[in-house]
Design a protein around this ligand. Structure first.
Ligand SMILES: [Zn+2]
Length: 152
């Protein structure tokens, strides 16, 4: 079995049991950033350099979505032949920040509805002889078969 690693090191913890986006949080004004900020807080009235990496919420609310029929240029790696896929913009549960991502394999835009609860999953983007490179994707929360999560 191949080792599973993040295709975007530093952006995403690809642990398949518990995939999480890695952002940063300002220690002064408490703002969140994704992709993570490493130089200084982007809040113009703050500017603190006290930034820490944090794992962001793995769930959120579907804010918008669309079908992508355009093959992204390199360095993005697309399967060949290119197959259109859905993209979702999800507002993270705690951070209230909108994060874009591809929608999980097998989920069509017809399955999506603005306001529905979404969760983060890890899927293989590409692989080589030794490793599988994973990216985050969004999927409707009800479709996940995670036994550890309560349904309340
Ligand atoms: Zn700040």
């Amino acid at each position: 079995m191949k080792t599973k690693v993040s295709a975007l090191d530093g952006w995403f913890d690809a642990n398949p049991e518990r995939p999480r986006l890695i952002g940063s949080r300002c220690g002064s004004c408490r703002s969140y950033f994704f992709p993570k900020e490493t130089f200084a807080c982007r809040n113009p009235s703050c500017g603190s350099a006290e930034l820490a990496d944090v794992a962001l919420s793995a769930t959120g609310t579907l804010w918008s979505y669309t079908d992508n029929h355009y093959q992204p240029p390199a360095p993005y790696v697309s399967p060949e032949p290119f197959v259109p896929y859905a993209i979702a913009a999800v507002e993270l549960a705690d951070e209230k920040m909108v994060v874009l991502g591809q929608v999980a394999h097998g989920v069509a835009t017809a399955d999506l509805k603005v306001g529905m609860r979404m969760e983060l999953v890890a899927e293989t983007l590409y692989s080589d002889d030794a490793k599988e490179y994973l990216v985050w994707k969004w999927t409707p929360a009800a479709r996940s078969a995670s036994p550890a999560r309560s349904r309340s």
